[in-house]
Design a binder for this molecule. Structure first.
Ligand code: HEM
Length: 390
């Protein structure tokens, strides 16, 4: 069997879409070698990706893998999270936490998200230039998820730098990722102990009560859930805001007025998903995908970045057309569908709407082809977004 290596070139990180197109057209179920040397199957067409995300034969539980997946190694106290669980444990924990993210609960967060966005942009007033990733797209989601969970203000900056190191350790110090994980673990244990001693009106205190009073989750599950909410609440949203702003700056004609903003954001989410490759899945039996048999236990990666641009699902998919029909897969599909999609949409709406209102002459400070992208096939995010403000 031929196994092509997934490229780790700057050209691929800058623009992965030509490769996605080639895979979709020529090898929609393709065995590749990942940058860490592990083998995996990439699935790139919309129909298969969507069907597989709802297929119970694909498990996210690593014990169903054949051991070839290397991935990220976490201690048990962080690993017992929703993204590694199948039903029934997944169902139990998801139910517990999903009440915090209903559309009504999320709508209540709007004023606080708005005031955070305003304060971040106030801090830029009078400056002629800014890096909107560092100064805006980064701090906003950290503040939002920290407010929700009850992470004290003083700890937020550090949390961001640990998360960045965990996901993108410096190339000359890969061990930094492991150190960052240990630091986050120790931090979360301290935070949970503090909340236990002094409960407050926040989500972490509510989850602690669900553990201690009702015994509805184990201690490892509690710490893992806090970990997942913190990093899931941050990582994807930062990149989504950054790339959405870039697409808007490159297409100044896109409508961003209040009545059009929702549709524009939905289309930007389709166009540039911040997590173009979803979580690894392991078939619990041999499965046939578009005529190809994928053996049990091998790694399957759903490439939503490719599926979202499948011309069989979206006409002229490389065009940005707010209001088009069809539903993108940026938030996943099936039982692991993003728990906080309403919150993510609200954050994007406030972030983008406020930035363009506040700085109507916002434009790129460097040519778009000089922008740096995260060197990861799983993350679509800008390293920095230098802009001129006035
Ligand atoms: C634009 C921003 C976001 C995007 C694109 C996004 C995308 C996703 C995707 C694709 C999944 C499913 C992964 C898979 O099936 O492999 C997911 C799951 C999840 N997301 Fe988000 N997410 C975003 C923001 C957030 C925020 C703000 C939170 C807040 C806490 C969050 C919490 C979660 C959680 C807890 C899960 C796990 C759900 C489960 O396994 O049942 N996400 N997200």
């Amino acid at each position: 069997m031929t196994t092509a290596a997934l490229p780790v070139t700057e050209a691929f990180f800058t623009d992965p879409y030509p490769l996605y197109r080639k895979l979709r057209d020529e090898a929609p179920v393709c065995r590749v070698e990942l940058p860490d040397g592990a083998p995996a199957w990439l699935v790139t067409r919309y129909a298969e990706v969507r069907a597989l995300l709802a297929d119970p034969r694909l498990s996210v539980d690593k014990s169903n893998g054949n051991g070839s997946w290397r991935g990220f190694s976490l201690p048990p106290a962080l690993d017992a999270n929703l993204l590694n669980m199948d039903p029934p444990n997944h169902t139990r924990i998801r139910k517990l936490v999903s009440q915090a993210f209903t559309p009504r609960r999320v709508a209540d967060l709007r004023p606080r998200i708005q005031s955070t966005a305003d304060a971040l942009l106030d801090a830029l007033a009078g400056h002629s230039e800014a890096d909107l990733v560092r100064d805006y797209a980064g701090p906003l989601p950290v503040a939002v998820i920290s407010d929700l969970l009850g992470v004290p203000e003083a700890d937020r900056h550090e949390f961001r730098s640990w998360t960045d190191t965990m996901f993108s350790p410096p190339p000359d110090d890969r061990a930094a990722a492991g150190r960052a994980v240990r630091t986050i673990h120790a931090y979360l244990e301290g935070l949970l102990a503090a909340k236990r001693a002094q409960p407050a009106d926040d989500l972490l205190s509510a989850l602690i009560a669900a553990r201690d009073d009702d015994d509805r989750l184990t201690e490892d599950e509690l710490t893992s859930l806090a970990f997942l909410l913190l990093f899931a609440g941050y990582e994807n949203t930062v990149h989504a805001i950054g790339t959405a702003l870039l697409t808007l700056l490159r297409r100044p004609g896109l409508a961003t007025g209040p009545e059009h903003l929702g549709a524009t954001i939905e289309e930007l989410l389709r166009y540039e998903p911040p997590a173009p490759v979803l979580l690894r899945r392991f078939p619990t039996e041999d499965v046939e995908i578009a005529g190809v048999t994928v053996p049990r236990g091998e790694t399957v990666l759903m490439v939503v970045g490719a599926a979202n641009r499948d011309p069989d699902a979206f006409a002229e998919p490389d065009e940005v057309r707010p209001g088009r029909s069809g539903s993108h897969l940026t938030f996943g599909h099936g039982i692991h569908y993003c728990l906080a999609a309403p919150l993510a949409r609200l954050e994007l709406e406030v972030a983008i709407g406020t930035a363009v209102r506040r700085f109507p002459r916002l434009r790129l400070a460097v040519p778009a082809d000089e922008l740096g992208w995260r060197p990861s096939y799983r993350t679509r995010g800008l390293v920095a977004l230098p802009v001129l403000l006035d």
